[in-house]
Ligand binder design. Sequence first.
Ligand code: ZN
Length: 648
Amino acid sequence: MISQNTIQQILSRIDITDIVGSFVKLKKRGANYLGLCPFHNEKTPSFTVSPVKEIYKCFGCGRSGNAISFLMEHEKYSYVEALRWLANRYNVEVEETEVSAATRELHQTADSLYIINNFARQYFSDLLIQSEEGRDIGLSYLKERGFDIPIIEKFQIGYCSRAKDHFAKSALEAQYNPENLQKTGLVVMRDGQLVDNYRGRIIFPIHNSTGKITGFGARVIGKNDRAPKYINTPENEIYIKSKILYGSYFARQAIDRADECLLVEGYTDVVSLHQAGVENVVASGGTSLTTDQLNLIKKYTNNLTIIYDGDAAGVKAALRGLDLALEAGLIVKLVLLPNNEDPDSFVRKTGSASFKEFIAENKKDFVLFQLEVSLKDAGTDSNKKAAVVNRMAETISRLNKTEDFTKQQDYIRQCAGLLKIDEEGLNNLVNKYIRERIAKQESKHLNQEEKAQMATAPTEGGTENEDVLTLLNKDDLIERNIVRALLDFGNQAWNDKQKVADYIFEELEINELTNLIDNTQMLMVLNTYQSWNREGAEPDIKKFLYHPDEQLRAAVIDLMDTRYELSPNWKDHYDGPLPSRESLYKEEIISTLNYLKLRKIKRLMDENQRDLEKASSPEEQLTLLQTHQHLKQLEMTLTKEYGTVIFK
Ligand code: ZN
């Protein structure tokens, strides 16, 4: 968790025109700024940014919000990611709360790896453009493949020298940690010496969805049967293969606009399609899709269109991931390119308009597509055919959500027809797979519960408990304080018009603090005091001590019993002999009420924060963020006004 202090620092530095202006070209119009809306297609600008109100609003599509909601919507950041982005932008050091040592170490390594990757990215880019070797070998190859300079720069493509340790030396000279260098996979240890791992290859940096480089794909130049076509970064703290979709950083807005994500196999396909103007495209790297990758896609759209060339390996890899896509609730279509074409070659031949047209016209439902491909593959072999039937039933069984029931029945009918088998038989088979999966999930669930029970088993030591108790006692002390002040000074004058008791009750009422008093005994005393006060009686301790309610009597006795202690904060404020309590009761009351108010604000902020983490729509987030800012402002004013209370 990012600390409240950090959040406050970030919020105080936000300049909305600066933030929005980094993504949208803005022109000053009177007090506001105007630009083309990034959330809908428009030719005349209706997107307005108000630096005074710190908000943006589009009069075309109606989207509006503040700097944080802009980042959340435009960059698809989570609330925390947006805060981190801003912290980085405004050089605010992020202070974490409740982070374990292990987590901190993990973060530190991750940060180091990002820094090394960024250094490497710059290094390889420079080498490609500025060195003779880079130009002769790397750049000429890329140009031959049809990539122009702007697209090479956009994707930050680079080149690694053929020399043995050109990069390793530079990185060591720049003082990077050898252990972390090896973790990035950029270098390897040979005979006690660090040498380059991607020698003579084209380097494709792989960005995560916030634009940071998590790893690299290094492609061999030309044909070399002895070497793998691609070498990828090994798994490390930041490169988790199953979570990566190449190009997602560059595609995210186009996917959002098109409400469709195109999936291709290779890095060069993505780059090439971008160059042609088809930007809603990502690459899986030729493996089957993982749940994490599918969730990443789902962040932007529910429509996934997989583009594959006739190459059997590619199709099969795509098909393997599709059951998961179905389960994730994605609407999956497949487009098979004409023979001997891949997305790269095909878009070059046809141009972007025809390419898009071809995709739109040749989308196939993937379940039926899978059946078609498998049936063709099985031919007349009855064993293979049986395997196809099983696989289809399994695939259809994944659609076992209620809302997909009609779809499921539809598939069963169509597939049974194509397979020339009994519809009811297929239906039974599908049900069998559903039952099996439920059983499997249940047993898995049970295991997790068992594990959870073990994890919550009582542990030794009570220091954490003590901290909590201290915290609880502090609240209790304050609650007792306000009641005691009431009993001791209630009938004295607060000012010309009010008694102390009137002032206290007014403050408690205006700020709705009474219902937050946790100590029920104290609450009882407060309420009784108030009712007497309303009747015009002058409540005093004696009255309480002779009250018929035993509990009430006990509460007041208990209160008198507690030896009075000055607020520890006061001791910091007064040197020399401490003034008597009588001479300070106003300060004491203000300070105590102040604590109660701050406590309430803190509780409201916590509640707001929890809502914010759950909030789904930008409008909701905006309202909650505004509430947060308002509360923070209140907190600051209170703390500033009465610096005597240090609020945790
Ligand atoms: Zn708009």
